[in-house]
Design a protein around this ligand. Structure first.
Ligand code: FAD
Ligand code: SF4
Length: 492
C-alpha cells in the first residue's frame, strides 16, 4: 500500500474533459491526459485491501463484479503511487492485453466494486490504467514477443476485440495466426462503432502493427461464409476461432419506419468514421448538419450518436429511451459491491446539455410512427409508456395513447441494441445457434475452464458471438479463454 493515509487525505478526481465548445469542433479525444502528479495522488487512495473486490470477476448475487481480466489493480496502484511507472505498466500488461483500449472505453467494472466505493468514492482505477497504458505504448514498453513456433496455424474470423485478443494469445503460444475480416480495416466495433473522440483510431493501428510484428496476418475485405467457407479454413488451418460479434441489429418496426432518413446507429457511426479515416465527404443523407435528429435508444451507442450529431452541426437532438430513468444513487436492492445501476451523464449528454441548454434524454418514451413526405421522414409521433407486468409476470411497456405527440424529425438514428449473431451469416457458416441468438458452445466449468468449442470439431467461438452483446473487456476475456481452449485442442 503506497500511502497508508491516502484514502483519508485525498478525494477522488477524474480526468478532466476538454471544454465542450472546443471539443465539438473536432473528433479528437474528449478526455485530457492526466498528469503524473494527479495519477500518484489518485493511486495513493488505494487501500490495498486484504480482500480486494476490484480485480477479479467474482460471482455475487447471480452477477459478475470486478475486472473480468483479473488485472492486478492493488499492485499497479502501489507501483504508480511510488512512481515506478515502468513496473506498474508491466504489471498491468501481465494480465491485460490491451489496457490502452479499456482505459478509454470501459465502464470500469473494477470501480463499481472497489471497497472504497462502499464508504466514499472508488479509486479512479480507469484513469490510472489509461495513463499508464498510453505512456507504456508510446514509450515502446509493449514489444512484439515471438515464441518458438509450434507449426500449427489458426484462422480467427473477425477482428473486433475478441478476435484481436484471441490472435494475440494464440500467437504468444507460438501458433501462426491469420485473422479474416470482412471490413477494409481491423478493429470491429472498436473501429467502426465507437467514435474517435472516445477511442482514437491511432491506438488500434498501433496495436495491429504490434500484432503484425508478432507474426499475426490480417486478411481484410474477406467475408467468411461468402468469400471463403469454414470448410476451406478448416482445410487450410489446424483450428478456427469465430469472433464475428452479435451484430443483428434490433430495428424499429412502426408504421413509416422504412422512410429515407431512418438509419441504424451502426450505419451512421460507421459512415462517419470511414469519412474521417478516408478523408472523404459524408453522404448527404447521413449528415446531421442542420437537422432535427431523433436518437431512438440509450446506452453507449445512443450517446455516441448524440455526440457525433452535435459535431456535424445538428439543429437539435432528442434521445428517446423506452426504459425508466435510473436513480441518482444506488437503490436498496443494488448495494455495493454490485455494479451501481445509477444514472450517468456521459460525454455526449454533457455536450448536449451545453449546446441545446437542456437534458436531451426523454425516458419511458418511444416512437409509435414515422411521418413521411414523398418517402422521406419529416417527423415522428412519440408516445410515453408505462412498464407493467404481463400475464407471464414479465415487465412490458404499455403505450399511453393520450401522450402521443407529433414532432419534427429529419434524421432518425436507431440505437436499439442487438439480438445476436446475424442469422444469415450463422447459416452460411453452418454453426448452430442458441435461442438467445448466440453460437452454441460447450459448457464451461465453475472455474471458467472450457466453454468455447462448437459442435464442429476444431471450431471455437468467442466474444459477443458466444456471450451475446456485451462489453469490450468481456470480449478481451473471451478471446484469452478461447485461445487457451484452442491451444489445448492443438496440443491434444
Ligand atoms: C456504437 C457502439 C459503442 C460501444 N461502446 C462501448 C463502450 O464504450 N464500452 C464497451 O465496453 N463496449 C462498447 N460497445 C460494445 C463493444 O464494442 C462490443 O461488445 C465488442 O466490440 C464485441 O467484440 P467482438 O469482438 O465480439 O465483436 P465485434 O466488435 O462486433 O467484431 C466482430 C468483427 O467480425 C467481423 N465479421 C463479422 N462477420 C464476419 C465474417 N463472416 N467474416 C469475416 N469477418 C466478419 C466484423 O466486421 C467485425 O469486425 C459498443 C458497441 C457499439 C456498437
Ligand atoms: S478494492 Fe479499491 S481500494 Fe481496495 S485494493 Fe482494489 S482499488 Fe484499492
Amino acid at each position: 500500500m503506497g500511502k497508508t493515509t491516502g484514502f483519508m487525505e485525498y478525494d477522488r478526481a477524474e480526468a478532466a474533459h476538454r471544454p465542450v465548445r472546443e471539443r465539438i469542433g473536432d473528433y479528437d479525444p474528449y478526455l485530457l491526459p492526466s498528469s503524473e502528479a494527479d495519477i500518484r495522488t489518485q493511486s495513493a487512495r488505494c487501500m490495498d485491501c486484504g480482500v480486494p473486490f476490484c480485480h477479479a470477476a467474482l460471482h455475487v448475487a447471480g452477477t459478475s463484479i470486478g475486472c473480468p481480466l483479473g488485472t492486478l489493480i492493488p499492485e499497479i496502484n502501489d507501483l504508480a503511487y511510488r512512481g515506478d511507472w515502468e513496473m506498474a505498466y508491466r504489471r498491468l500488461a501481465l494480465r491485460h492485453p490491451f489496457p490502452e483500449i479499456t482505459g478509454r472505453v470501459c465502464p470500469a467494472l473494477c470501480e463499481g466494486s472497489c471497497v472504497e466505493g462502499n464508504y466514499s468514492e472508488p479509486v479512479a482505477i480507469k484513469d490510472i490504467e489509461r495513463t499508464l497504458a498510453t505512456q507504456g505504448l508510446a514509450q515502446g514498453l509493449s514489444r512484439p514477443r515471438i515464441p518458438a513456433p509450434t507449426g500449427k496455424t489458426v484462422a480467427v474470423v473477425g477482428s473486433g476485440p475478441s478476435g484481436l485478443a484471441t490472435a494475440n494469445a494464440l500467437s504468444l503460444l507460438g501458433h501462426r495466426v491469420r485473422v479474416y475480416e470482412r471490413e477494409d480495416r481491423p478493429g470491429g466495433f472498436l473501429l467502426y462503432g465507437i467514435p474517435n473522440m472516445k477511442l482514437e483510431k491511432s491506438i488500434i493501428d498501433a496495436r495491429c502493427a504490434l500484432l503484425t510484428a508478432q507474426g499475426v496476418e490480417f486478411c481484410c475485405n474477406c467475408e467468411i461464409g461468402t468469400d471463403r467457407s469454414i470448410e476451406q479454413l478448416k482445410a487450410e488451418h489446424d483450428a478456427v476461432v469465430v469472433c464475428i460479434g452479435a451484430r443483428q441489429q434490433r430495428r424499429m418496426q412502426v408504421p413509416g419506419s422504412d422512410a429515407q432518413g431512418v438509419y441504424t446507429a451502426i450505419e451512421y457511426l460507421t459512415a462517419t468514421t470511414r469519412q474521417l479515416l478516408d478523408g472523404t465527404a459524408l453522404a448527404a443523407g447521413l449528415s446531421a448538419e442542420g437537422r432535427e435528429v431523433i436518437v431512438v435508444g440509450g446506452g453507449d451507442t445512443g450517446t455516441d450518436c448524440i455526440a457525433t450529431a452535435i459535431r456535424q452541426g445538428a439543429a437539435n437532438v432528442s434521445a428517446l429511451e423506452i426504459m425508466p430513468a435510473l436513480p441518482a444513487e444506488r437503490a436498496a436492492d443494488n448495494p455495493w459491491p454490485l455494479w451501481p445501476r445509477v444514472r450517468k451523464t456521459d460525454y455526449g449528454h454533457e455536450e448536449a446539455l451545453e449546446v441545446f441548454g437542456r437534458e436531451v434524454r426523454e425516458y419511458e418514451t418511444t416512437v409509435s410512427e414515422v411521418l413521411q413526405d414523398a418517402g422521406r421522414c419529416i417527423g415522428i409521433v412519440s408516445v410515453q409508456v408505462r412498464w407493467e407486468r404481463d400475464g407471464s409476470g414479465r415487465f412490458t411497456p404499455v403505450e399511453l395513447p393520450e401522450t402521443a405527440a407529433t414532432r419534427k424529425a429529419d434524421l432518425i438514428l436507431t440505437a436499439m441494441g442487438f439480438t445476436g449473431v446475424e442469422p444469415a451469416l450463422a447459416a452460411k457458416l453452418g454453426l448452430p445457434t442458441t435461442p438467445r441468438g448466440t453460437f452454441q458452445a460447450s459448457e464451461g466449468d465453475a472455474l471458467g475452464r472450457g466453454g468455447f468449442a462448437t459442435p464442429v470439431p476444431g471450431v471455437f467461438v468467442a466474444g459477443d458471438a458466444r456471450r451475446g452483446p456485451s462489453l469490450v473487456v468481456w470480449a478481451f476475456q473471451e478471446g484469452i479463454r478461447a485461445a487457451r481452449e484452442c491451444d489445448k485442442y492443438l496440443r491434444r
